[in-house]
Write a new protein. Structure first.
Lengths: 117, 111
């Protein structure tokens, strides 16, 4: 069974940094594209970033380019999202997801990031 | 970015009756590889989204056959043949043909 468990969310001040983690199990992590999707409170879904199996290709939505970095550790089966220069509009539940057929196949339960002073 | 527009945004349904949600994209979703990367997701209150349909009409494993997807180019439809109580929640369309992948605003389905 595919399991994706996010962690690292919390309250951070504007301009601050946070690192999200996603522990993956139950599938061959090393062969899968992975991604992050976020959902602001009471709002819809927004793609944030994607990364290919060996970490050599990364894509970001324009609103986070230069501030967020997606990485992975295939030996550990983990996905990360380093978030810097955080803004109020980054407040959201962040979901980790496996990617396949240009889509999100399996989703984690999400971790809440709140950017507020 | 490709804009995905869903209608209606709110859909009152009756148990046992059919329901339909439409999604229109701002440009054709036919990818350069010939595939159309269009998906439907369902999110129940307090839960993570779950993919129902991928590449327009393919149901994911475990998705009841009362759900069906159709469409082409820029116009797509999700149909529920007979609504059940567990079908309430928000349905999102999503395109994966162009980065950044984009979602529709969501359609809230309630009994």
């Amino acid at each position: 069974e595919v399991q994706l468990v996010e962690s690292g969310g919390g309250l951070v001040q504007p301009g601050g940094s946070l690192r999200l983690s996603c522990a993956a199990s139950g599938f061959s992590f090393i062969t899968h594209w992975m991604g992050w999707v976020r959902q602001a409170p009471g709002k819809g879904l927004e793609w944030v970033a994607g990364i290919n199996p060996d970490g050599s290709e990364k894509s970001y939505v324009d609103s986070v380019k230069g501030r967020f970095t997606v990485t992975r550790d295939n030996a550990q089966g983990s996905l990360y999202l380093e978030m810097n220069s955080l803004k109020g509009e980054d407040t959201a539940v962040y979901y980790c997801a496996t990617l396949g057929d240009h889509s999100a196949v399996h989703w984690g339960q999400g971790t809440l990031v709140t950017v507020s002073s | 970015d490709v804009v995905m527009t869903q209608s209606p945004l709110s859909l009152p349904v009756t148990l046992g009756q059919p329901a339909s949600i439409s999604c229109r994209s701002s440009q054709s979703l036919v990818h350069s590889d010939g595939n159309t990367y269009f998906n439907w997701f369902h999110q129940r209150p307090g839960q993570s989204p779950r993919r129902l349909i991928y590449k327009v009409s393919n149901r994911d494993s475990g998705v009841p056959d009362r759900f069906s997807g159709s469409g082409s180019g820029t116009d797509f439809t999700l149909k529920i043949s007979r609504v059940e109580a567990e079908d309430v929640g928000i349905y999102y369309c999503m395109q994966g043909s162009y980065w950044p992948w984009t979602f529709g605003q969501g359609t809230k389905v309630e009994i």
